[in-house]
Design a protein around this ligand. Structure first.
Ligand SMILES: *Cc1c(COP(=O)(O)O)cnc(C)c1O
Length: 426
């Protein structure tokens, strides 16, 4: 049965049998008991499915991962301890020392560092590309040893909207998968796999949890990328894994299972960035109300963006739901029902005005977080980016006047009144 998203958010991933708990149980156990060594041996050889140690798999985490796979229209998924771990696992599962990846410049700062500093130290080279470049220009970034292309549906904090079909065409022309971080859009507003993405990642810390309660991440595989067409490029998936008794993931698990099984059986086994069952439980509570919350986040952001853009003391507003925004047309295509709750804007009174505005906010709290139920606000020039000069800020796309506002779930008029009084005092 083809169910709608609201139904999947409630029902997917867990179907209790008669007399079992209605809510997903928190299986707070590191290990699982077996009657014979032989029974357990079959699990170790990946010959039977089941649980033996929660670093590899846990029933609570598996149920929540299966729900997110259903929401994204994917074949399989794996939870991770954070969004950073999800990005790392998605890339490292197919790229190693001596390889190369192509990534959009408009991505989360943590992912930018992961690629440009930490993964570089592991011998994985990265070329950053302007996501708005032509297909010819994007193609020039690819090399013989390129293993993946990476972008964000809606970039945090730049708020660019990714032309997913364009990126997918370029990636596939070079025989590599497209990985899309879909944290800001969530599957409620965009399902990148339907537009050609092969792997989707999330920081579930943001809208999916939605209450600022639990750090987490997820990797979802579409099961559509045919690794066996490029066995020389993806030996980890297409040739025997000696650390798993010579299993060849694509042969044993097919295209639907190869990527996530390798990611779990090999990378999670060796690196261990698991999500705790307790956090997975909180994440699942967030997922149940995700469609309803996302609608309110987007309605608040749209109303506030319109209010700000009509205000005489506001210099500029960036939000793809505003007519005239650079990404309005792409948003109409990929995000027809709304984009996200995050806006950026600047006041005519510049850096000083931003500092005064922040000091006078009553509802909007000053936090580095985004995308939860409480409205929050950040002035990067005086906090996260305070070591930079005004010229460096400009070059990083974070002007000295930029205020990032994450619209929560409060009453729209209450939020607008709060912003209005803070702008007056700025
Ligand atoms: C926050 C964020 C991340 C990192 O997630 P954590 O859960 O904080 O590790 C990755 N991508 C995007 C788009 C984010 O907003």
């Amino acid at each position: 049965m083809n169910q709608n998203l609201e139904t999947l958010c409630i029902q997917a991933g867990y179907s209790p049998k008669s007399g079992e708990p209605r809510q997903i149980p928190i299986v707070q156990s590191t290990t699982f008991k077996y009657a014979t060594s032989e029974d357990m041996g079959k699990l170790f050889d990946l010959e039977a499915s089941g649980y033996f140690y929660s670093r590899l798999a846990n029933p609570t985490c598996d149920a929540v991962a299966a729900k997110i796979a259903a929401l994204e229209g994917g074949a399989a998924a794996m939870l991770t301890g954070s969004g950073q771990a999800a990005s790392f696992y998605a890339i490292f599962n197919i790229a190693g020392c001596g390889d190369h990846v192509v990534a959009s410049t408009a991505i989360y700062g943590g992912t930018y560092n992961l690629l440009s500093v930490t993964m570089k130290r592991m011998g994985i080279d990265v070329t950053f590309v302007d996501p708005d470049a032509s297909e010819e220009e994007l193609s020039r970034a690819f090399r013989e040893n390129t293993k993946a292309m990476f972008g964000e549906t809606i970039a945090n904090p730049a708020l660019n909207v990714l032309d997913i079909e364009k990126f997918a065409r370029v990636a596939h022309a070079h025989g590599v998968p497209l990985i899309v971080d879909n944290t800001f859009a969530t599957p409620v507003n965009c399902r990148p796999i339907e537009w050609g993405a092969d792997i989707v990642t999330h920081s579930t810390t943001k809208y999916m949890d939605g209450h600022g309660a639990a750090l987490g991440g997820v990797v979802v595989d579409s099961g559509k990328f045919d690794w066996t067409r490029y066995p020389h490029k993806f030996p980890g998936l297409c040739t025997p894994d000696e650390s798993y008794h010579g299993v060849t993931y694509t042969e044993r698990f097919g295209l639907a299972g190869a990527f996530i099984t390798k990611c779990t059986a090999q990378l999670m086994r060796d690196l261990g960035s698991v999500q705790s069952p307790q956090n997975a439980f909180y994440l699942n509570l967030g997922l149940e109300s995700l469609p309803f919350r996302i609608r309110q986040h987007c309605a608040n952001a749209q109303a506030i963006a319109e209010f700000l853009s009509g205000h005489p003391k506001v210099a500029w507003v960036k939000y793809c739901g505003l007519k005239g925004d650079k990404y309005y047309d792409l948003a109409r295509k990929y995000l027809p029902n709304g984009s996200c709750g995050v806006i950026s804007f600047g006041l005519k009174s510049g850096r000083k005005g931003a500092e005064n505005f922040m000091a006078h906010l009553r509802l909007g709290a000053i936090e580095t977080h985004v995308a939860d139920s409480r409205t929050c606000c950040l002035h990067p020039a005086s906090t996260t980016h305070r070591q930079m000069t005004d010229a460096e800020l400009e070059a990083a796309g974070v002007g000295a006047d930029l205020i990032r506002l994450s619209c929560g779930l409060e009453n729209t008029q209450d939020l607008i009144s709060d912003l209005a009084q803070a702008i007056e005092k700025a």
